[in-house]
Design a protein around this ligand. Structure first.
Ligand SMILES: *[C@@H]1O[C@H](CO)[C@@H](O)[C@H](O)[C@H]1NC(C)=O
Ligand SMILES: *[C@@H]1O[C@H](CO)[C@@H](O)[C@H](O)[C@H]1NC(C)=O
Ligand SMILES: *[C@@H]1O[C@H](CO)[C@@H](O)[C@H](O)[C@H]1NC(C)=O
Ligand SMILES: *[C@@H]1O[C@H](CO)[C@@H](O)[C@H](O)[C@H]1NC(C)=O
Ligand SMILES: *[C@@H]1O[C@H](CO)[C@@H](O)[C@H](O)[C@H]1NC(C)=O
Ligand SMILES: *[C@@H]1O[C@H](CO)[C@@H](O)[C@H](O)[C@H]1NC(C)=O
Ligand SMILES: *[C@@H]1O[C@H](CO)[C@@H](O)[C@H](O)[C@H]1NC(C)=O
Length: 502
């Protein structure tokens, strides 16, 4: 049978509605790019993976549909008025034959869910009679059916998020066999019920299943959206990922455009001259994220203000740190503090808002860092320093861990004090020690803590639950491209459906 059925894979759409709420969408993508901090491109192979899961959602929609009781009546020659009702309709042994889809540039996603076979069971109540006889009966029935399902969701930009309206939904019955339990019934009655089923039950089933698909779709959309919003929030820092334009569909990908505005302490970042262009992403991976420096800088600033860039090192960790071999001599007071005080503690923190600028070489980061070393119960720190650090950082993700590589380009000591000296000015040898310690101990230590911290954040949001293959992070001029292949873990969907639909 050849019919044009063009409904999109549900999950695919919902995947796009991942992103939060707020207002307004621009009609013209090109002007919207200026306000777009983050872009998500999902290519055909990713859609294939998500489409496989659509089947599960459709199955759930069938299983959980609640069918209302239906009543009817008919006047028949010789018999008189027959009233009948349909109750306790249930669905059994559902199986889905095939679901396929295509992306149609500028239009939508085309999908066909065919050969859904299912058994409906229920009870028919009926009564008939004249002034002579009056019969009231009930009879169990079973309907064997084979259905093609079509959903034609419209993609739109509603309330600042990608929304799918799945109300254009239809069912096409190929087969519909009615079996009544026992054959006590007269033939005319069976004929009547068959007609009744054919004309009424089709409508009931269609209505309820389409309604249920819409409901499951919305539950799932909310679920994914909440998950994504949580994903991009931590503590008091959150992000507005409302859309800036309606998603674009080409023959090979679906692309959505998001604001990427960091929200912290009642203020929201502003992006007005971002530089996205579709040619900046390729099409051979399943999933792409495009992230502007204009998203990352406010995020860094919020993390700094929130006191996230602070590190206390003590105990075995500090002993280990100072085992790093340096070419310059350790100042006597520092050496004594580490060896003799018993409980040395090193505190390091960002003392200015960090700034980054990404280029093809990596992400250049500038930050003013301060540190102090205290020994035992002494109130004045043995060592205090303040430095400007400039370095280039590149990031990668492998074995479910974040890796950061830093290449220091400049360390400028702004201030340095040793408590053992009366004058704040240090000699060249001591300054060189601090410079070298910051470069060889400080930077690697801070990056390794950041690696652990970023991995923890991603894990907290469930990234480790996904099967991510060959993730790559490419620094470009003013933005990062993160690309990957993935598998959608079946158990995640099953858990969601179980939790939501029970
Ligand atoms: C449903 O499937 C089970 C096992 O596959 C089978 O025993 C049962 O008869 C089926 N029920 C109907 C109503 O077809
Ligand atoms: C539909 O499913 C039945 C069995 O469930 C199978 O025999 C038939 O070939 C399928 N038809 C299509 C078009 O997939
Ligand atoms: C939050 O903003 C207020 C002013 O709006 C400011 O006084 C306060 O210091 C800020 N808090 C933080 C943690 O940045
Ligand atoms: C943000 O503003 C609301 C009221 O506008 C206030 O209740 C709340 O304390 C503020 N939060 C911060 C972190 O300043
Ligand atoms: C570091 O120690 C200071 C007090 O010594 C404490 O206020 C601060 O919260 C600690 N920071 C971290 C990140 O543990
Ligand atoms: C980032 O660096 C490029 C050169 O690498 C420079 O042209 C650009 O102005 C810098 N951007 C910012 C915001 O500093
Ligand atoms: C570090 O940067 C310098 C130039 O600043 C470059 O020559 C060197 O190759 C870089 N090293 C690494 C490991 O990227």
């Amino acid at each position: 049978m050849t019919r044009d059925v063009f409904p999109p894979p549900l999950l695919l759409l919902l995947f796009l509605s991942v992103f939060g709420t707020s207002h307004g969408c621009l009609q013209d993508p090109v002007s919207a790019y200026r306000f777009t901090g983050a872009v998500c491109r999902l290519t055909y192979p990713a859609a294939v993976v998500l489409n496989e899961k659509t089947t599960k959602v459709i199955e759930a929609a069938f299983q959980h549909a609640k069918y209302p009781s239906v009543k009817g009546e008919k006047s028949l020659l010789f018999i008189g008025r027959v009233t009948y009702g349909l109750e306790n309709l249930e669905i059994h042994n559902l199986s889905i034959g095939r679901s396929a889809f295509e992306l149609h540039a500028g239009e939508g996603i085309a999908m066909e869910i065919s050969n859904v076979s299912a058994v409906f069971r229920g009870t028919i109540q009926y009564g008939y009679g004249s002034w002579l006889v009056n019969v009231a009966q009930s009879i169990d029935f079973e309907i064997e059916s084979q259905i093609d399902l079509g959903i034609n969701p419209k993609l739109y930009c509603g309330e600042g998020k990608v929304a799918a309206d799945t109300s254009d939904c239809y069912l096409n019955f190929h087969k519909l066999h009615l079996h009544l339990q026992g054959d006590r019934e007269p033939n005319w009655l069976k004929k009547l019920f068959t007609d009744f089923i054919t004309f009424t039950v089709k409508l009931v089933i269609k209505g309820q299943i389409c309604k249920e698909i819409n409901k499951v779709a919305n539950i799932l959309a909310d679920f994914i959206q909440d998950t994504a919003e949580d994903f991009l929030s931590d503590g008091d820092i959150s992000m507005d990922i409302g859309v800036t334009a309606a998603p674009v569909i080409t023959a090979n990908y679906i692309e959505s455009y998001h604001k990427g505005l960091t929200k912290y302490n009642n203020t929201s970042a502003v992006i007005s001259d971002s530089g996205f262009h579709p040619s900046q992403l390729t099409e051979n991976k399943m999933l792409y994220f495009w992230l502007s420096d204009q998203v990352l800088n406010p995020l860094l600033a919020a993390a700094h203000q929130d006191g996230r860039f602070q590190l206390n090192i003590s105990g075995a960790e500090i002993t280990e740190l100072f085992k790093t071999s340096l070419s310059s001599a350790t100042p006597e007071s520092v050496r004594k503090c580490l060896l003799e005080s018993g409980s040395p503690e090193l505190k390091v923190w960002s003392s200015s808002v960090p700034f980054l600028n990404t280029s093809t070489l990596g992400t250049a980061v500038w930050v003013q860092a301060s540190g102090q070393l205290t020994c035992g119960s002494q109130s004045t720190p043995t060592l205090f320093f303040q430095t400007d650090v400039a370095m280039t950082v590149t990031a990668s993700y492998a074995d479910k861990k974040v890796f950061l590589q830093g290449n220091v380009s400049e360390i400028l000591i702004l201030k340095a004090e040793l408590s053992s000296q009366n004058q704040p000015l240090l000699d060249e040898v001591q300054l060189e020690f601090i410079r070298e310690a910051v470069e060889k101990m400080g930077v690697p230590k801070v990056l390794s803590v950041l690696e652990v911290e970023l991995t923890r954040l991603l894990d907290k949001q469930g990234t480790n639950l996904f099967d991510i293959y060959d993730p790559e992070v490419f620094p470009r001029d003013g933005f990062l491209v993160i690309q990957m292949d993935f598998g959608f873990p079946h158990h995640l969907l099953v858990e969601f459906l179980q939790r939501t639909l029970q």
